[in-house]
Design a binder for this molecule. Sequence first.
Ligand SMILES: [Zn+2]
Ligand SMILES: [Zn+2]
Length: 422
Amino acid sequence: MVDNSSADEVRMPEPPAPPLEAPSAPLEAPSASEPLVVRTDADAKDGLSKCPACGATQISLNIATGMLRCGYCRHEWQTANAMQSLGLDGDIGLLRGVTVGSGSADIVPSTDEVVTLKCTACGAEVVIDTANSLQARCHWCRNTLSMNEQLPNGAVPDMVLPFSLTKDEAVKRIAEFVGKRKFFAHPRFRSEFNPENVLGVYLPYMVVDVNASAVFRGQGEHQTRSYTVKSGDDEERRYDADLYDVRREFDLHVDDLTVESSAERRDQSMSRNTNNIINSIMPFDVDKSVRYDANYLAGFTSERRDTNVADLAETVTAQTRDIARYKTLETISFYDRGVRWDEERLDVHGQRWVSAYLPVWLYSYYEQKGGGRGLLHYVAVNGRTGETMGSVPLHHGKLLAVSAAVEVVGVILFLIFMLLGR
Ligand SMILES: [Zn+2]
Ligand SMILES: [Zn+2]
């Protein structure tokens, strides 16, 4: 411990921000050592997926109960919790190397997206375009055929978090969100606005657990006295502070870090789309996810995962490091004049990756701009919590009018102050 309280000099507080270059051990590259793969579709069957009570294949999610429901006999049943039944929720502190669910395996680019299934009810061959859907209706016997076995094209995830917010509720949230912004909204958007056009979409995510340890080393200041000294006509405020060497070393268990696994969704460029809205409706209660079953997707659309564990590893490490930094804050309140970290180290001992479909209600609007350009606007509603965020095309004339009005008010206030000042 360094004590310089006797030094009577003014020390400016160091910002507690960490150095820009954060030294850290590189993440164990998932490709370097073979990951441990947990089979998550072991008992999955493609084709007819039947109601256990009556054998009908017309099955869909009942949002009100969170259970699958037979459209024919109304029988309802529950699918097992994914992480519990697959043993993907074990002690994070015991994780070593990389563990992945089989639905999170690397995508094989040449994999056919169009799959042909034989209908076991009538023998017809039914084609499913897995890029767009994981179910198709047999055109002869009208049974529904499902894709449940994992293809190496990212279309079938390890687990799915079913919608629990109804479409009616989502429509209400969207109308409320837009209603509050209607004054500034583009007139065309206002006239075309119809929240009934909302779509339920399952978006692809990776849910990651990280077992890491972190070491932070630096210096912190604790103020002991503050006083004023005169130098000539000026007064100067001075501080005495003790300077300490600070070291923090701790294990970090990150549970259910959720990262987007669609390359397009990860494109955060505001000029092309407003997708980063999706980030602001987090979090999802991913621990409630159930084992994947194509019937959960009936009546909804879904987006295929198109990134691999290796593509997302850097994002996960960066977020883990942010969490570690944030954790240190809880332990350094004594250093009221801040701590400067000179050294940061993050050692990742183990990770577990599980791919998931998470539920989002989407209202989209394509704003045509000059020169053939356009901007895609969204209002997104978390299909579990109802958290709502979005962007609305603006009426620039109204914006200018309001800012002009503010300026006029400003000038008037300025004149009043001038008059009062005399
Ligand atoms: Zn039934
Ligand atoms: Zn058939």
